[in-house]
Every structure is written in structure tokens, then in C-alpha cells.
Design a protein around this ligand. Structure first.
Ligand code: GLA
Ligand code: ZN
Length: 677
């Protein structure tokens, strides 16, 4: 409800981004020019205050919000709303000097010095108190400002702290988790191995490479704890803002497949999800379509945290960044299509870091809407203006959402445990990439898919893919079984169901917890291949596809064989299987096969579920967003040549005309069509 209210006020998509006027307070001419240029670029939102603590409170207890009030008023008078960040992402020097406890300690137990950002102790009661005080003041000063759209908690929360305060809290977390029973912990973590048994919870140290790093259960709990503790820190900020400004929605900006935080859990207390998108477009190792399809994984993961509402792209860049290995200028047309991709995937915004390039410091060369040149006729400024105008043309699509028939499971717990497992190959586990490879198949077939965690309900889906679901949460296996019994099509792959929630291996055959009966197979061995080695999988129709990296040797336990290995000591043994249970089917792909083989299994599952695919030319992405009885179709052509697509009768919002039949989409072209349902 809060989210709808936000959008009712702007009447369309948000376009704008991080605005840091505090860097320019001695240049009123520039601040004035900003407003003129923002209006010209169709900007309707500015994110303020992201790192403003040292300007809000230059010395302890002395507060200055008047400058921001002036800015906020001026923006609002000019039709520009603002999202206000809390400044907890970076600290002023006086704070670290006076309260050293607020500074972070690395897992090597080195206490950081003052500086950088995102480096506070997550636990520190002092820092939490200072943040609370600041947030209360901000809420009182700006909470009722008519231009305020939303709160933005901190900035890209992340990292870990291993100070004594955090270690104590970790021990308390473990004590609670294991009900005060150290023997239960010893069992769950298999600590008798190497004689690593603990006598008391307060003996347990935060894992580190110069200390205990060999207990997989401990490493996993540290990841879980850091995630929980960061959420707890964020929740404290949320609590203050909710109490004082109950009607203002709250978000924080996530980072692309960030390894250290379980975003699925972290999204729960937020009113809406937002994230920062910075792919390496037009690099020298893959096509624009490939980079973009891979970026769809991030957009869609973000969208799937709250499927009933749009998400925001809180940051992106209209030009280059300054932190890639090679900071390549964005090629003409790329900003338009990639920004539209985020909208196609369900975002209600295109926002940038940052509005105006800083003159000095770490990000002085990071792309921005306004360059050091200061002109409004640069290639980048024009691209932003063009995009802003296009967002206005399609504004009726704001607030609409995508609907998916297919879900791909993506679990942080499983990712953490798999990455940490001393097994398989150090270099080719590639969990996230594997999840993305299945999404790629969905995109190429024009089938909308969500990316959800294994604890989310599966009722809305007809097809579920569980790639490399190494760790099984309690009840996951049972829920997958119920999904199949009531008619679901389930696809799992090699390295599924090896360990339980504590990383203890299942006995009696993988996949564990009853899944070997659901899939009708069990794994006897896993063969990890060297990079240049390969095997083949031959389907019953005679097609042969390559398998690399991982080949499980599986035994049948009631399943039917769809494909067998072509080579090695397990030639002719089953490689892809299916088994019917109830009204559904469970497929098992025992090897890391090339895309075509996985696609063949997915197509079989979609056909069985009656899910229509869409014939799309290569390099074209398609999404549909829904709003009541209207749908909005997005076609994105990443190719450097035009493509033809077949369309039903629709209204093209960007061209302002009816379209139907065979339509040409130019190179890097985008179509946004209204379809009456
Ligand atoms: C992140 C941060 C921004 C900025 C950009 C640069 O997303 O949130 O403050 O540093 O990266 O790409
Ligand atoms: Zn700490």
C-alpha cells in the first residue's frame, strides 16, 4: 500500500539518481544549473544524503540540516521528488576518533583505521546509538516534507566485522541456535574430526584463515550470522523511521548477486526492493546480448523478492564506471536499451550514480549525467534526456508486474555451503553462473521465470528448476515432493541434496532427504573433470551434447533414462532421467551439460505443463508486465542488425501507433506495446 502511494504521486516511472549537492554548497551557480538541467533531462527524483554525515554533524552534537532543506524545497518546487538516505554508510572523522569501537575489525583481527566507507562494526552499541539519533533527527526534519518519496537505509550494506563485540554476539547466536547444548553443536559440525570439539560456546572463534577454517558448519553459521546481524542493524534503522514516519516506504540498495548477505531474508522487512546495476557492457569477451541476459538474472532476482510489486534500479550509470578492470565508454544506444531492460524486467525506475561528477576523491572519473564539462549537449546528457522522454511516453506501464510460470531456485545458504565445500573443483563450482544459465534458456524461449529461494512457496509455478541445490533446508525436499505430486515439473541437476542445513552429508545416497525416491535415482560417484576434458550425453532421439566440469555416476531407482553418457568408464550409464510421481514429473540432469541439452529438458517440462514458448530471434529479450486487464510487452533487440518479430495487435507506446503482424525492430531497438487482455 505504501508502495502504491509512492507511485501515485509521481504518476509514472522514476528517473534521476544520487544527487550530492553538499559537495557544491560553495557554488550556488552550479546548484541552480542542476535544477535547470534536471528538468531538461526529465528527471523527477533525486536521492539525497547518501554520505552526508560529516555535513549534517560536522562536530559531535552540532547539527546542520538547513542546506538540505533548501535543496529539498527547491527540488520539490521544480517537480522533483527525493528519496532520502540515512548516512550510516560512512562516518565523520570525529566519530572514529572519539569512539574507536565503531570501526570494523577484519577476520584477520586487524582493526581498521578511519576511512573508506561501509566499514562500521555491525554490532557496536555506540554506532547503533549514534545512527539512531541521526535517523530520528532526519525523520523529524524531513519526514513530512511533501517531496519525500521514500527512505533509503544506509548504502549497500555489506562486509563483516570480527571484533570482540561481534564475536560475543556470534557465540550468543550459536548458543541460542543450539539451545545451549554444546554437544548438539559438536554433532552438527562433526567436530570430532581433527579433534576440534568445543566444551563451551565462548570457546568458539570467528572463522579465519589463521585460525579455525576447517569446520564447514562453523563457516556457514558465520555467514548466516553476519547476514542476520546486518539485517538486525538495518532493522534498527527501519524501526526508528517507521515509528516516526509510518507512511513513508523504506528500502535499501542491494548489490548484484552479493555473496555475503542473504538478500532473500534481507528483503523481507523492506517495503520495496532496490538495487545498483553496473554490468560491463561491450567488453571484448562476450556479446552485448550475453552481458544483458546475464544482467537479467540480477534484475529478476531482485524482482522475485517481492513479486507483487515493482522494484527500483537505485543506481546505474549512463556512461562508464571507474572500478571495472577496463572502464569502457558506453556505446551509443546501449544506455537506452539496457535501461529499458530494467523496466522490462519489472523495475519502476532508472536512476544513476550520480547526477554530477565530483571534482575530486575516489569517484571523480566515475560516469555521471553531468560531466566536468558541465554542458547539456554531451552524448551522455542527450542519452539520459532521450531515455527520460521515453519513460514519460510509457508511463502508464508503471506499477505493472511480471508473472512467471517458471521458478529457478537460488539459495544463499546453498551457495555459501557449496563455495566452502572442500571438494569438486575450486574453479568451476560456478553456482550463480549455473543458475543464470537456466535463466538464459528461459529468456531465449520467451518464458518468464522468477528466481526464488528454496524456502519460498511454489504454488504459483508449473515448472521449478533447482540447479546445484547442494544444501537442503528443512522441509525443502518435502515441499518439492508435494510440488511434483500435484502436477509440477521439477528439474534438478548434479550436486543436489548432498548436505543438510548443518552441512552434514546425507547417508544412503544423494540427493538426500527423500529426494532420491522423488527423482528415482541415486548418485554413486561424482567425476570432476579438468578444464579441457569433456564427456557427452546422448538423448534417446540420438542427439549428443557436451558435458563438462561435473559428471555424476548415477544408479536408477525407478527413473526412466532420457540420455546416457557417451564416454569414459561410465559410458552408457544414465545421465538425464525422469520419474513421474502423482501428476507431475521430476527430471535429473546428472552432468553439467551444454545449454542445448538443458534446454531440451526444459522444453519437455514446459510442454508437459502446457506453457507456451515464444519464437524470438537470437539476441532478443522479451518480457510482459501486467496491470489489471492490460499487458505491456517489451522487446529488446541487442543485435547490431535489425530483426523481425511476429506480433499480435498492439499499440506501440514509443512510436504512438497501432502495430501487428511482422514488425522490424532496429539494431539496439526497443518496442514497448500495450496489449488489451
Ligand atoms: C555503488 C555505490 C555508489 C557508487 C557507485 C559507483 O553502487 O552505492 O555510492 O560508489 O557504486 O559505481
Ligand atoms: Zn564488530
Amino acid at each position: 500500500m505504501k508502495y502504491d502511494a509512492l507511485f501515485a504521486r509521481t504518476g509514472g516511472f522514476l528517473h534521476g539518481g544520487d544527487y550530492n549537492p553538499e559537495q557544491w554548497l560553495d557554488r550556488p551557480d552550479i546548484l541552480e544549473e542542476d535544477i535547470r538541467m534536471m528538468k531538461k533531462a526529465h528527471v523527477n527524483v533525486a536521492t539525497l544524503g547518501v554520505f552526508s554525515w560529516s555535513v549534517y554533524e560536522p562536530v559531535e552534537g552540532e547539527y546542520h540540516f538547513e542546506w538540505l532543506k533548501e535543496i529539498a524545497d527547491r527540488l520539490y518546487e521544480n517537480g522533483i521528488y527525493f528519496i532520502l538516505a540515512t548516512p550510516s554508510g560512512a562516518r565523520p572523522a570525529w566519530m572514529d576518533e572519539r569512539y574507536p569501537e565503531v570501526m570494523r575489525t577484519t577476520v584477520k583481527r586487524v582493526k581498521n583505521l578511519h576511512g573508506q566507507r561501509h566499514n562500521h562494526c555491525i554490532t557496536s552499541p555506540k554506532y547503533r546509538a549514534l545512527v539512531r539519533e541521526m535517523d530520528e533527527r532526519l525523520a523529524k526534519e524531513f519526514g513530512s516534507h511533501p517531496g519525500l518519496l521514500a527512505w533509503h537505509i544506509s548504502n549497500e550494506l555489506g562486509g563483516e566485522c570480527a571484533c570482540p563485540l561481534c564475536e560475543k554476539k556470534f557465540q550468543a547466536y550459536l548458543e541460542q541456535k543450539f539451545d545451549g547444548d554444546i554437544e548438539a553443536l559438536n554433532k552438527a559440525w562433526w567436530t570430532t574430526f581433527w579433534s576440534h570439539r568445543y566444551n563451551r560456546f565462548d570457546q568458539i572463534e570467528i572463522p579465519a584463515s589463521h585460525g579455525e577454517k576447517s569446520i564447514m558448519g562453523l563457516n556457514l553459521e558465520w555467514r548466516r550470522f553476519t547476514s542476520e546481524n546486518t539485517i538486525d542493524f538495518m532493522n534498527q534503522e527501519i524501526e526508528v523511521l517507521r515509528a516516526l514516519t509510518p507512511d513513508v516506504p523504506i528500502t535499501t540498495n542491494f548489490m548484484h548477486s552479493y555473496p555475503l548477505l542473504d538478500y532473500n531474508r534481507m528483503a523481507k522487512p523492506l517495503d520495496f526492493v532496490s538495487w545498483d546495476s553496473y554490468p560491463c557492457y561491450n567488453n571484448n569477451y562476450e556479446s552485448l546480448a550475453k552481458t544483458s541476459f546475464d544482467n537479467a538474472l540480477d534484475h529478476i532476482t531482485m524482482r522475485s523478492f517481492k513479486k507483487d510489486k515493482p522494484f527500483l534500479v537505485m543506481e546505474s550509470v549512463p556512461d562508464l564506471v571507474n572500478w571495472h578492470d577496463y572502464n569502457h565508454a558506453k556505446r551509443p544506444g546501449v544506455h537506452f536499451i539496457t535501461a529499458m531492460q530494467s523496466i522490462a524486467c519489472g523495475s519502476d525506475s532508472v536512476m544513476y550514480f550520480q547526477w554530477r561528477k565530483s571534482r575530486g576523491s575516489f569517484e571523480q572519473y566515475h560516469g555521471a549525467v553531468v560531466d566536468h564539462l558541465g554542458r547539456d549537449d554531451t552524448r551522455t546528457f542527450k542519452a539520459v534526456t532521450e531515455l527520460g522522454a521515453a519513460l514519460e511516453k510509457i508511463k502508464e506501464a508503471a506499477g505493472s508486474v511480471c508473472k512467471s510460470s517458471t521458478a529457478i531456485l537460488y539459495d544463499w545458504d546453498s551457495r555459501w555451503a557449496l563455495d566452502d565445500a572442500a571438494a569438486f573443483s575450486k574453479k568451476t563450482k560456478n553456482y550463480v553462473k549455473t543458475v543464470g544459465s537456466f535463466l538464459n534458456i528461459c529468456l531465449k524461449n520467451g518464458v518468464e521465470a522468477d528466481v526464488i529461494s528454496s524456502v519460498e512457496p511454489l504454488d504459483d509455478y508449473q515448472v521449478v528448476v533447482a540447479p546445484m541445490l547442494y544444501l537442503l533446508q528443512p522441509h525443502t525436499a518435502e515441499r518439492l515432493k508435494q510440488f511434483v505430486e500435484r502436477g509440477g515439473q521439477l528439474i534438478a541437476t548434479y550436486i543436489t541434496g548432498y548436505v543438510d542445513e548443518n552441512t552434514l552429508c546425507y547417508l544412503g545416497g544423494f540427493p538426500g532427504d527423500g529426494l532420491k525416491d522423488l527423482f528415482g535415482i541415486y548418485v554413486e560417484e561424482i567425476d570432476t573433470l579438468y578444464p579441457k576434458q569433456a564427456n557427452g550425453v546422448r538423448f534417446t532421439d540420438g542427439t549428443v551434447w557436451k558435458a563438462a566440469d561435473y559428471c555424476e555416476v548415477i544408479r536408477l531407482n525407478g527413473a526412466q533414462v532420457l540420455a546416457s553418457y557417451t564416454d569414459d568408464f561410465y559410458a552408457e550409464e544414465p545421465a538425464v532421467t525422469m520419474k513421474q510421481t502423482g501428476r507431475g514429473t521430476a527430471y535429473y540432469i546428472a552432468a553439467r551439460c551444454e545449454e542445448a541439452a538443458n534446454a531440451a529438458v526444459l522444453r519437455r517440462a514446459w510442454d508437459a505443463a502446457g506453457i507456451a514458448r515464444k519464437a524470438l530471434p537470437a539476441g532478443v529479450e522479451y518480457h510482459r508486465r501486467y496491470k489489471e486487464h492490460t499487458a505491456y510487452d517489451f522487446y529488446l533487440n541487442y543485435n547490431s542488425a535489425p530483426v523481425q518479430i511476429q506480433m499480435e495487435a498492439a499499440y506501440s507506446l514509443l512510436d504512438d501507433k497501432e502495430v501487428s503482424g511482422e514488425i522490424t525492430i532496429p539494431a539496439l531497438g526497443v518496442m514497448v506495446c500495450r496489449v488489451q487482455l
